[in-house]
Design a protein. Sequence first.
Length: 640
Amino acid sequence: MKYFSKIISLSTLLVLSVGAPIEQEKDKTVKILTDKPDSITADKWNDYCISMKNFFTTTKNENPIIRDYDIDFSYNKDEIYDKKSTNEYESYINNIIRELKSNTYDMMILDDKFLFADNAFVSSDYVDTSFSRDIHNEYLELTNDVNKETLSFHDNKILNDGYYNNHLYALPFEKDFDVIYYRKDNANLSSADMTNVSWDALAEMKGEGAPNTISVASGNDDELLNLFLEYTNEKINLTDKDKESNYAKLYNDNSKDIYNAFSTFTSKITENNNFEVTQDNAYKSFIGKSSAVYKGKASQYRAIFDSQNGNNIMMKLPPKNVSVISKKYLVINKNSLLDKKVLIEVALKLTSREMQLYKAEQFGKFPTFDLNQRGSDPSIKTYAEKNFELLNLMNRIIPLHLKDVFSSKFSAPFMEIRALLPQDLRNYLKSKKDEDLFNVFENTQKLLMDKSKVIHIPTYFLYAPIFIFTVFALTVIATIIKYRNYPCLKIFSPGFCILSILGLIMNIISPIFTLGMNDPKMCKFNYTYDTLYTDLTLFPMVAVTYRLYTIYRSKARDNKIKNLNTRIYIFFIIGMISMVVYSAICSFFIHNYYFLSYGTIDTYRQPVCKYTDSRVFEFIERRVNELIINYQLMVISDSI
């Protein structure tokens, strides 16, 4: 009997085990999207990723949360490295946004030119339409999960750029900067102190046997923009506290001199004004001794020095030691299916001082260290001791941060500037049309009504018609009050007519409040004010129309008219109060207001008030107004 019982028990367990669902093991690989590498470092890219993966594997056991996880790097193979058109850049941006909104990648390594570049005090209709709005909402916020003290080894400027509105979204991953490469046998450059060398002087330093001087990837939008700003910085200082006022010199009476100087400079360093040179072609021209200097990135130095001709190549800072600083950040995709705690720990591991030091030693990557801490931080001290020459180089840099150069209160979002300005520069270098470039630079900073060459209508030309029409409307009101008891006028409800005219007056004087508005908070009052004068105009019209319709259709007597008036007054009071209260609640507690500029930096930028998170409320309000107007039309047509 016991034997039989055991058979039944085992059979039951077997049936239950077969019927139970088998839980699939979760994918424990953290997938990371990066930008496509340049042609110089592309051969080392796989080694770089494998090496980082191995280092992560050997150190992850220290943290039990990520012990069972692995990492995997990849990039979009269809990405064009040398983006030389707006369409190519738009495709690049939209691919990142598309991946952020999916869960294919758990993390991304993003360039600082992309990070928060869609945000500005005055948003852009071009950016909202071509890309997306508030892209940072797709990043996992790290403010409450990462202790800022654990990030203190990062350079303060680089770390702060990972914050948006005091919220941490991005961790510093690595940095880079512009340099020039030259051959040792170039006596002029070998002995030159770049502090005293200008770009124009560099263009004259031809090496032996090199027909050209500087090899630049002019077909790469980023490189062209960097070159223009580094060159322009010699004419107007864009690195100091007065950069905003200095930037204005790019669109003043003397700005054409700067444009012409840059055009002359580029004609010296390019063949037949060819502005389609890729980064690969520029480097090959230098290696093939067709040019004396190659303008590249500091992060390429290890790959260049390890190449066949590397022993004969040297590196220096650009003229005047001014160099555009590039930064990369690691962000976590909020839509990832992996545990957020795991992702945060992996992100901290990949951006740690140990990982950055390892990348620097193995591949010549530049860490985001605060080098002033080399006396107290062992990792930073180790880096400084092993890279003494590089440290001296970095200490001499006069940094140029692109987004800071273009940043001002009413400036266009950097994403729009990056998408359009390089092509405008290239068009100018080909056409030499000063006015077009002048207009673009002014548009990057100024709104339409603030531009210098816009015809500014004197204030009295605006206020004069407002005053005239307001006086006329008030005269009509006075006339209505004077003759309000006349039978032919009384039937039209003079009180309602006066209210409707008051609504028209509020509409007439509204430009006084809207012109020159420079604070989104004022949009809240403007929205409520707009609703008030719209409804103050429409509701009395409905009341008068309904009263006339009822009287003539029913031939009501005086006592019925009194009851009718009571109903109309109740309807008017309830309707007006409801709409104004509804509008005020939406405006002050629901709508999120911001300024949006129509047009682009290529044309003009005209700001308007916009609000988000309000489609339902806006739909309701519009339908109510449409219902009022349609009712009036129906009553009028029925009375004919």
